[in-house]
Design a protein around this ligand. Structure first.
Ligand code: ADP
Length: 468
């Protein structure tokens, strides 16, 4: 996740940026379409108004300072006076279009004017773009629309032809136009609403920024929680690392003692076999066997712990009948108990836990072996089980010597594993309970004890109850 995070963020940013650009492209295209539709409607409206004008033949308006007779209109009734003495002048479609265009120009956004390749009024002469358009016009369906960029400004230009109709011939027949001829066109310029577009772009950008953040924050939270997990794990590993180093250095030292004893005793036997009597030989062999056993136990436990640390030992939970498992362990340790005249009480009730068989067998065996080890002859060891809250609690009670107060805090400590000799001087490794704790916890349980020096000890551990 650490390496993926920047890639994910960049990918997310690229997706959002891509979507934003696509959106803006669509917005601009739509704006273009809108301007074209607007220009066409504008043109059609102007043509309708012009038809209204030419359809009446004569449309008069009062003359004023702004409204002077049209010098380009050659008509014998161009100017008139009403019965009331008001002077009127005739407005033809071209003059009317110009006047409307001047009014519209005051607004600023859309400008239009009539134009022709052969204008009566020189000011109506077509510019380069209009000339090109007029040259392509053949009939009323020809329309030209183009987006023109000059420097920073953008203009939409639209042009459509004016077709000679019957009502136009009154004035334009003298120019040689016939019905249906393209007489010129109306050119419409629409300025690009940059401010409006920028404002809408700004709003869209804000929305996309929010979308980006909506994806960014969950990713960030996920990354941070993952980081916390990793640092917690690192801390844990570090802790284990430190104590493990210490732990293994102590163990290495411990392993040397029985190994050295085995070597020393076997060499003594080898060298002095014929010089010593049977009794002495027997005592050497007993010591040798004892050292070999301690060495073996230590190695076994170490191997188990190492496999746990390396993660190569996994628990395989199964339906475990604690009664059968505990009675099997009692059976295996019965001889040991009998030698010390210690009573072992079998479990009589079935009780099912969900746990790894080998691990839990080792746990029960270690606790029972300890109980035998730390109980004086004629003592008693009892195993019992209890159910509640979805877990099984196994308790192993002895009537032994109890655990001395200074030792109580240290029996499960990884970096402290001093062993106390048993009541019959049995040696130990000081590692058994550490292994028990690991095994119980890996099976989802807890382990603890209650002990009163001189009275005895009870070890408890829990396991999840097996549910059918
Ligand atoms: P070991 O028994 O090999 O020394 P353990 O880890 O099994 O190692 O036990 C650690 C220590 O806890 C023992 O050395 C002993 O001091 C104490 N202990 C464990 N079980 C009992 C018990 N049932 N009664 C008294 N002391 C005990």
């Amino acid at each position: 996740m650490r390496k993926c995070f920047p890639i994910l963020i960049v990918m997310w940013a690229a997706i959002v940026a891509g979507a934003f650009m696509l959106n803006m492209y669509i917005v601009h295209k739509n704006a273009e379409k809108f301007v074209r539709t607007e220009s066409e409607a504008f043109f059609d409206l102007l043509v309708t108004i012009r038809q209204w004008n030419s359809g009446h033949g004569l449309v008069y308006v009062p003359t004023s300072g702004d409204m002077q007779p049209n010098p380009y209109l050659i008509h014998n009734r161009r100017d008139a006076v009403t019965n009331f003495g008001d002077s009127l002048t005739m407005i033809n479609p071209a003059f009317m279009t110009r006047q409307l265009s001047e009014l519209a120009a005051a607004d600023g956004v859309t400008r239009f004017h009539i134009t022709s390749l052969n204008p009566i009024r020189p000011a109506n002469k077509a510019d380069g773009w209009e000339t090109k358009a007029l040259q392509t016009f053949k009939d009323k369906d020809n329309r030209v629309f183009e987006k023109i960029k000059t420097g920073d400004s953008l203009t939409f230009r639209f042009m459509a032809p004016l077709i000679t109709e019957q009502s136009c011939l009154a004035c334009h027949a003298t120019q040689g136009y016939r019905l249906g001829d393209v007489r010129g066109g109306i050119s419409i310029n629409t300025a690009y609403h940059r401010d409006y577009a920028m404002a809408s772009q700004g709003k869209t950008l804000t929305i996309y920024a929010v979308v980006f953040l909506a994806g960014f924050f969950p990713l960030l939270c996920f990354r941070l929680s993952h980081k916390r997990d990793i640092s917690a794990k690192n801390r844990e590993l570090q802790f284990l690392g430190t104590s493990k180093d210490k732990f293994f250095s102590v163990i290495a030292h411990d392993l040397k003692t029985p190994a050295g004893n085995i070597q020393m005793l076997s060499e003594m036997l080898q060298n002095q076999f014929d010089d010593i009597d049977n009794e002495e030989r027997k005592s050497y062999i007993d010591m040798l066997a004892e050292s070999a056993r301690v060495h073996h136990d230590l190695l076994n436990t170490l191997l188990d712990l190492s496999m746990l640390q390396l993660g190569s030992k996994q628990n395989v939970p199964e339906r475990l009948n604690i009664r059968i498992l505990a009675n099997d362990v009692l059976q295996q340790t019965r001889l040991q108990a009998q030698q010390k005249h210690i009573g072992l009480a079998n479990l009589s009730d079935d009780c099912f836990a969900r746990a790894d068989r080998n691990m839990i067998t080792t746990v029960v065996r270690n606790i029972v072996t300890n109980a035998i080890k730390f109980t004086n002859p004629e003592g008693q060891i009892t195993i019992s089980t209890a159910k509640g809250n979805g877990e099984i609690t196994v308790s192993i009670t002895d009537t032994g010597i109890g655990i001395a107060d200074p030792v109580k805090n240290r029996v499960f400590a990884v970096d402290y594993h001093k062993s106390t000799a048993g009541t019959a001087n049995e040696p130990g490794t000081g590692l058994g309970l550490i292994l028990c704790k690991e095994y119980v916890e890996r099976n989802g349980g807890r382990i603890w004890f209650e002990s009163e020096p001189g009275k005895g000890t009870t070890f408890f551990f829990t396991l999840p109850e097996f549910e059918d």
